[in-house]
Design a binder for this molecule. Sequence first.
Ligand code: HEC
Length: 110
Amino acid sequence: MRKLSPATMALAALFTLAAPPMLFAEEKSGEVKIDLPPETAQLKPGPGMDTASRNCKTCHSVDYIYMQPPLTREQWTATVMKMKKVFGAPIPDNDVAIIVNYLVSQNGKE
Ligand code: HEC
């Protein structure tokens, strides 16, 4: 038997578990189709959306913003500073307030 790479074997195992014949056929033709869950991943319109979009989409889905319970201005500021200081997000100082305003307008409690 031909030696398969671990990745290929993992894929094969996955497809065998899922719905073998059809998916295998697709894999052989080189077109593996995998349905991912739909990503909402869009920021809702509002003042500062462009700035938030520029700074908050590079590392993770913007779903993170909407998955939080409504946060206070202090909590959103702390979150943005955590992205910046702890996780190294290159957020310009001038953008912090704009982003925080946007976040509070989207998912804040004041
Ligand atoms: C440099 C990469 C990076 C950027 C840019 C970034 N984040 Fe994050 N973010 C992370 C990491 C790492 C985590 C925590 C790990 C995880 O849960 O995936 C996280 C987690 C979060 C969480 C979950 C709650 C928490 O505090 O952990 C929220 C909310 C969040 N980010 C919001 C934002 C917002 C708003 C921006 C834009 C200002 C942003 N992120 C930009 C890396 C980043």
